[in-house]
Design a binder for this molecule. Structure first.
Ligand code: SF4
Ligand code: SF4
Length: 306
């Protein structure tokens, strides 16, 4: 049996693991001529495996949606653990300014930069999931990246047209990293132009506080009854006041494949027009929510003098 390594502070250790891989891995590339990096930063959060939010997701999204305990138990049937033994490590990779800027100019299909990130940036994200899970396993903490398990699946859902057995955005929401917008994207402290990743591990890490009571607190449309800019940006008419039509969005992504191949000469796709040129592109547009997060991030007050 592998002995668990004593990590000096598991939260810092994991954050450094993620940031170090972003800084040093040769896989972090857009594979363009300039050899630009795909990502240069990450937000990292943690949620307990026993947080009631996982059961709420299951009830809301569907019984096929895994709790952290379910995916852990599938992967490690001989190493049983309780939900409270588990932590979900979640990260958000914010799109770089040059990628956002390029996609801001587009009106129908993605910029080359955005399509490269959708394919090669996500390949890096998959490598990051493997790296975090492997490093934790090597340190004696069983860990699994739900999105990389062979039985992760997209499931047809009456309520959502389709949904999946694990959602990176929902994991990030549980880990205090953001709330949902009208277009279904996750609005984070670095905005909505992001990709996300996660790993479930048998390790104890203090959960990141969720500075929101409402799962849509960072969206101007829900918080203040205004904005709706993402509706204007969507070339497929997939966003209305009623929310995000996943099927229309999916069909537009399918059409984008041909455009990307013909225009940029590589196999790719993407859109993300609703993630840029909008108030939530690179930050939280709701002032009260921004302030709540800032209060949450303040260091704890020093202990009283004896
Ligand atoms: S563009 Fe406006 S309405 Fe759409 S998600 Fe962002 S804040 Fe919400
Ligand atoms: S990704 Fe594109 S098609 Fe889908 S909702 Fe956003 S703008 Fe519309």
């Amino acid at each position: 049996m592998k002995k668990q390594m004593v990590l000096r502070d598991p939260r810092i250790w994991i954050e450094e693991l993620i940031r170090g891989f972003i800084a040093d891995s040769p896989l972090n590339t857009m594979r363009n001529q300039a050899g630009d990096k795909a990502w240069d930063d990450a937000l990292v959060g943690f949620a307990s495996g026993s947080d009631p939010i996982w059961q709420q997701y299951k009830e809301y999204i569907g019984p096929f949606h895994w709790t952290p305990w379910e995916i852990y138990s599938q992967r490690f049937p001989r190493k049983p653990a309780c939900p409270e033994d588990l932590t979900v490590v979640s990260w958000v990779l914010p799109q770089r300014e040059m990628v956002r800027k390029a996609n801001r100019r587009t009106r129908k299909y993605p910029s080359e930069e955005w399509a490269r990130i959708r394919v090669y940036g996500e390949e890096f994200n998959a490598a990051l999931r493997r790296h975090v899970a492997r490093s934790l396993n090597e340190a004696g903490h069983e860990a699994v990246a739900p999105m990389l398990t062979p039985n992760w699946a997209i499931v047809m859902s009456q309520r959502f047209s389709y949904a999946s057995s694990w959602s990176e955005r929902h994991a990030a929401h549980a880990a205090g990293l953001g709330t949902f917008g009208l277009c279904d994207g996750l609005i984070t402290a670095k905005g909505k132009a992001i990709r996300a990743g996660s790993v479930v591990a048998r390790i104890s890490v203090q959960p990141t506080p969720r500075p929101y009571a409402d799962h849509r607190a960072y969206c101007l449309f829900f918080a203040e009854g205004r904005c709706g800019k993402c509706m204007d940006r969507c070339p497929a008419g997939a966003i209305t006041k009623a929310g995000h039509d996943k099927e229309k969005c999916r069909q537009h992504l399918v059409r984008s494949r041909e455009y990307v191949k013909e225009t940029y000469r590589f196999e790719g796709y993407g859109c993300g027009l609703c993630q840029v040129g909008v108030p939530c592109e690179a930050g939280i547009p709701v002032k009260a929510a921004r302030e709540a997060l800032e209060r949450c991030e303040l260091p704890p007050p020093p202990p009283p003098l004896a």
